[in-house]
Design a protein around this ligand. Structure first.
Ligand code: PGA
Length: 264
């Protein structure tokens, strides 16, 4: 696992945006096949998305041959609600870039048969060629997508029940009312994420410091599902200084030294 540490959230977000842009351009230079990208929602990716939009508007990047799959969606929330992840993605990314609508995939939390929806999603990812890059975040409880503690590290896309922790944290998007937060979601599984050729997890701010410390320095465990990244050949955790705040000083220095050596 690689750990990239930047001074603040802005620099960390830009690092991720440029990594995604470079990966899309690198594949386009050698192949006509679409770039298959996993995307996340939340407060954390907003600056990364803003930078991707800037690059598209500047003519430096195109999503015309990108196929994206979002990692999760609430169950039972109409897509037009501003809190739905459908709305979020169009507001913060899709409305401003040139990705064709038919290339955008977001789980349907209103599907009549939720299990069939999840199964079809997994099949669609395979049919698209599998993820080239998966961009995710981390919850305060260490989840990746909505893979809450006790999710199997072999899990695939399925219906999940949110923990009280996640419902409390996400209530900020629902008038701070935990009763308004859906209790279930559809989410790609840990194994779905790990199937990507490259996985990038972005975490910023002191509230993520504990989960980051456990994911990086702790054992691989279903209690902190991001820790499964330890078993991925090309996993990168990108943090700002506050999110790195609970790492051991020696490890912090080592991650910085690795990056310095690679950039030499
Ligand atoms: P956040 O959510 O970016 O809003 O902190 C991340 C997550 O829960 O995965």
């Amino acid at each position: 696992m690689k750990v990239i540490i930047r001074n603040d959230a802005h620099e960390a977000s830009l690092w991720v945006a440029h990594r995604i842009a470079d990966a899309i351009k690198a594949k386009a230079a050698v192949s006509d096949k679409p770039f298959v990208l996993g995307l996340c929602t939340g407060s954390t990716p907003i600056e990364t998305y803003a930078e991707l939009i800037r690059l598209v508007k500047a003519g430096e990047l195109s999503f015309k041959n990108v196929v994206s799959f979002n990692m999760d969606e609430y169950v039972g929330l109409p897509v037009e609600y501003p809190e739905s992840y459908h709305s979020f993605m169009f507001r913060y990314l899709f409305d401003h870039i040139d990705e064709p609508k038919e290339n955008i995939h977001i789980l349907n939390g209103l599907a009549e048969d939720l299990d069939a929806e999840c199964e079809a999603y997994e099949k669609a990812i395979v049919k698209a060629g599998g993820f080239d890059l998966f961009f995710g975040g981390i919850g305060e409880d260490g989840h990746i997508a909505f893979n809450e503690p006790f999710s199997s590290l072999q899990s695939r896309t399925r219906v999940v029940t949110l923990t009280e922790d996640t419902i409390r944290v996400n209530s900020r998007f629902f008038d701070d009312d935990i009763n308004k937060v859906p209790k279930q979601a559809l989410s790609v599984g840990v194994a779905t994420v790990l199937g990507a050729k490259e996985v990038i997890v972005l975490a910023t701010g002191p509230k993520k410091a504990r989960a980051i410390q456990q994911s990086i320095e702790g054992p691989m465990s279903h209690m902190v599902t991001v820790s499964a990244l330890q078993n991925h050949p090309d996993g990168i955790i990108v943090v700002d200084d506050p999110a790195a705040g609970e790492l051991k000083v020696n490890n912090y220095r080592y991650f910085k030294a690795v990056e310095a050596a690679e950039n030499r």
